[in-house]
Structures are given as C-alpha cells and as structure tokens.
Design a protein around this ligand. Structure first.
Ligand code: BYC
Length: 476
C-alpha cells in the first residue's frame, strides 16, 4: 500500500516531492483553493471544532483517521488507489491492450471535458450547502454535513491534480476556472443543471445526498473503468469517500420517514395538516421533494442517445460501472439498445440505438434501479406501521430538461399530456411555495448534544462507534 505523506504541504501518495514543477504549480493553486473555501464554503463555522475523518491510506479497510479539526485546517490532499498490476483496457475498441499512464493526444479534449465536468460538481455542492449549518437538526447531522463538505473539497483536489499533472497549461487554466464558476451564478454558473439548484433546507440536502451523490457514484464508477489509469485510480479512491455521502442521504430520509410514522401513530391520523401541526414532514410533501430531486438528477446522465457517449466508450475513456463483472460484451460494436422516445404527436414510439450511443441510458437505468432500493425500505416501514401509502419514483420521462424527453410534458407515470394539464398539475407534483415555506419553518437549529429536531428521528448509531449524544461539533 502506498503511504500518504502528511509532512508535505499537500498531503499525497503520488510522490509529489519528486516532481518539483508539478508541486510548485499545485502549491500555487492551494492558497486560491483556501480563499475559495473561506469565501464560498461553510465560512460561518471556520473556528468551530469538528469531529472529522481524514484519509491516512488508500486501503478499503482502515483508510481513515478520526479526530477534531477546524475545517480550514483540514488536510486536503491527493490520494490515488494503488495501481493494479498489468491492468488492461476493459472495454471499447482497444479492449485488452495495456492501460495508459498518459493521456493519448487524440483523446485529450474528451478527457479534459469529462474531468472538468466531474471537478466542477465538487465545489458546486459545497457552495450549494454553504449556509445549511445554521439550521442543522442536530450536532450529529451538522458533523455529517461538514464531513461531506470537506470531502467534496478533496474531490476537487483529486480532479485538479489530474488536470495539473497531465494537461499542462490547459489543465492549469481549467483548475483556475473551477474556482471561478459558482453555483447559481448568473454570469458564470456551474456546468450541470442540478448543481445550480439552491439547497436551502435539510430535506433538500438529504434528497441531494440520496439522488445527486448517487449520480456521483455511477459517474465515478464509469470513470474508474477508464483506460487512463491515473484517472481510474483517482476515482476508485473517491468512491470510498462517496459511500458516506449516500449513507447520509439514505439514513436522513429514512429518519424523516420514521419520525413522521411516530407522529402519525401518536395522533392516530395521516392527515397532512395534523402532521404539520406536530412539526413533522407529511409523506405527500416528502414525495414532492423526491419528485423534484430525482427528476433533476436524471438529467445528469446526459441524452439517451449521445455521440459523446459513443465516442468515450469506443475510445476507452469512460466505461460502464463494474464493466468487468456486470457485462459480457465489452466492445458493443454491433449490439443495440431499445429506448422509448416521444413520437412528436403526443405519443411514445420505440426506437433502436446502437448500444454505444445509448451508454448514458444504460447508466441511467442502473441508477434508477439503485434509487429504488431506499424507497423499498421506507415503504416497508410505512406498510408495517399500517398505512396505505407508497413513496414512488416518478417516470424517468417526467420533468426532463436534457435528452429526448426534454420539455415534453408528461404526468408522473411518464404519459405525455397537454401543456395546460401539465402546468395545472405541476404544483401538486413538486414542492409548492407553501410546502417550501413550511419546510423552511421547520429549519430551526438544534445543537444540544444528542437532541434532534422534531421532524427527524435520531440515527441508529453515532459516528465511529461514538454515542449519538457525543459533541460532534464544538461550537464554542
Ligand atoms: N446540465 O451528449 P450529451 C458528482 C450537456 S455528480 C447541463 O447528452 P454526454 C457529485 C453536456 O455537458 C457526477 N448540461 O451528454 C454529486 C454536453 O455539453 P457540451 C458528475 C448538460 O456528453 C454530488 C451536452 O449537454 N460527474 O460527482 O454524453 C455532490 C450534450 O451532452 C447536462 C460527471 O458528470 C445537465 N444535466 O454526457 C458532489 C462525469 N447533461 O460538452 C459531486 C463527467 C448534459 O456539448 N461527465 N449536458 O457543451 C460526463 O460523463 C458527461 O459530461 C455527462 C454528459 C454524463 C454529464
């Protein structure tokens, strides 16, 4: 296992000290990153002590050290998973050939585009969550938010390292731009839609971690298959950290459901108004938030049929998650994929695409199946509590802004409907202004160790075997 050197200004396991030019370039970028963190990160909490994990190795077991840190002192570093000996290209036209340690010139711009897109999402999410700390439902949750924030910061480092180390001057310029675009900025927004959506309450935050971080899982898994080995190794280690972010989303939403069921039992009613009077989140309200964040996150997979996707697969740039274990045909040069697209007359028609062009859709399908898992669990709790209510994912055609279904009005089941009916129904399908006001009214900060806001149940256990009432953040 390669060791991480913490005596370096930039902790790393890539032998940065041996490449003085690269080291200097990254040390030049480091203060800019810290300026960005101070300005756009959770800056009102710069002086508080947070119980955080930091990577000390890249082994799946025992890679993290836990301790109390002030966030601006967090040791953001560059950590790549260990190389796999004799690794060969796992998909596309060059299947079976040795992987690349440098970027082939002919694929440079496609690689750069993907790495920049990936890198852009990381600081974007920190910006989106920048003020959430003020309304935390507990110290446990506050700590989890900050853990996610520092790790998204580290994921930015992961991409900036690749840009600096392998893309020369272009890469350095892109690294500057990653700090210049901002979530929701009118002139310089973040690249992908979802990362410009504000996250102003914790229900949105948990939905974001559940749905949007899960896109991160699928995209990182695809890039972890890349023939460009340093990128693959970087993404493999990022996935280790990413798992916690989805855990926060899944358990956060699960705890909300649990609390709502408790309230429903106490009052003997599932009437949303009665539940709201008790300060909990009624299930139809939760459903509208799920509809919003799921449909937004589906767009992150790109178009159903995409020549970019075909090129990146054929060239060995971006594969499918778990390419080796999940698929038998790794070349896909003559297979096809069936998709349903609008027929232009208000109906649906089946279309056949070459498999390579449909890779975004292959990923999106796998993502949707993964999203179902949490809903099944929550629905089981609802059913066991004796209620006849089922949380559902809307159709992947619903409210799309990218791809074949972009701007096609459909209902939640994906049936095309008239524009007027759509406009009339949408407020019942997505969080309304009054839903948002209600959720906002719940966002009162709770910072007594072990205490939880009234709309969320406590977690089953604390962090790293500590009790739930541990003082995870010392607000001084
Ligand atoms: N919004 O051929 P198309 C994460 C653009 S999340 C705006 O359909 P392609 C995280 C697209 O860029 C994972 N624009 O798609 C989670 C292209 O523009 P250009 C992030 C969009 O290229 C939580 C054009 O439309 N990682 O890590 O096959 C917290 C036509 O594109 C959108 C990645 O995304 C959109 N939603 O695939 C923190 C991986 N969708 O270039 C972190 C890297 C598409 O023609 N990116 N467009 O101007 C990719 O793999 C691909 O770029 C995409 C699009 C899957 C995003």
């Amino acid at each position: 296992m390669s060791n991480i050197d913490y005596s370096d200004k930039i902790p790393n396991n890539v032998n940065l000290a041996n490449d003085r030019t690269l080291q200097r370039a990254l040390e030049h970028w480091q203060p800019r990153f810290l300026d960005w963190w101070r300005e756009m990160g959770p800056n009102d909490f710069a002086s508080v002590d947070v119980y955080l994990r930091t990577a000390v190795g890249v082994d799946a077991q025992g890679w993290a050290h836990y301790g109390t840190v002030k966030m601006p002192d967090y040791r953001w570093g560059i950590f790549l998973a260990d190389p796999i000996a004799n690794r060969t290209i796992g998909f596309g036209d060059s299947f079976g050939q040795p992987v690349w340690q440098q970027v082939p010139g002919e694929f440079r711009s496609q690689f750069r585009r993907l790495i920049v897109t990936q890198g852009d999402t990381e600081p974007a999410s920190v910006e989106q969550q920048h003020r959430l700390g003020h309304t935390c439902p507990s110290l446990y949750d506050l700590r989890n938010l900050f853990q996610i924030n520092v790790e998204e910061g580290r994921h930015l480092w992961a991409m900036v390292y690749i840009l600096h180390a392998y893309f020369g001057r272009d890469g350095r310029e892109e690294a500057e731009e990653l700090l210049a675009r901002h979530s929701g900025d009118v002139d310089k927004p973040r690249i992908l839609g979802t990362f410009n959506e504000p996250i102003e309450d914790w229900l949105s935050f948990f939905c974001f971690c559940y749905f949007t971080d899960r896109d991160g899982k699928f995209q990182l898994k695809s890039l972890a298959e890349s023939s460009f080995d340093p990128l693959a190794r970087t993404c493999r280690f990022m996935l280790t950290e990413e798992a916690h972010h989805m855990f926060v989303g899944e358990t956060g939403l699960g705890r909300i459901v649990r609390r709502t069921l408790e309230v429903m039992k106490e009052i003997g009613s599932d009437d949303p108004e009665a539940i709201r009077r008790r300060g909990a989140v009624d299930l139809p309200l939760l459903q509208r938030y799920l509809n919003y964040w799921f449909s937004s996150s589906l767009d992150l997979f790109g178009s159903e049929v995409s020549s970019n996707a075909a090129t990146t697969f054929a060239s060995g740039i971006k594969g499918r998650p778990d390419e080796t274990t999940q698929y038998r045909d790794h070349v896909c040069s003559d297979s096809t994929f069936e998709i349903e697209v609008p027929d232009g007359r208000g109906g649906v028609v089946k279309d056949t695409s070459p498999m390579r062009n449909a890779m975004n859709e292959v990923l999106r399908d796998a993502y949707v199946r993964d999203c179902e898992i949490g809903l099944k669990r929550w629905n089981m709790h609802i059913k066991r509590a004796g209620y006849n209510f089922e949380l559902k994912l809307p159709s992947s055609r619903f409210r799309r802004a990218i791809g074949a279904w972009a701007n096609i009005p459909t209902d939640l089941e994906g049936r095309p409907i008239g524009r007027e009916e759509y406009d009339r129904s949408l407020p019942g399908w997505l969080p309304s202004a009054s839903d948002r006001d209600y959720v906002k009214s719940l966002m009162q900060r709770v910072v007594e160790p072990g205490k939880m806001a009234a709309w969320i149940a406590p977690p089953e256990r604390g962090v790293n075997n500590l009790p739930v009432d541990y003082e995870y953040v010392r607000l001084n």
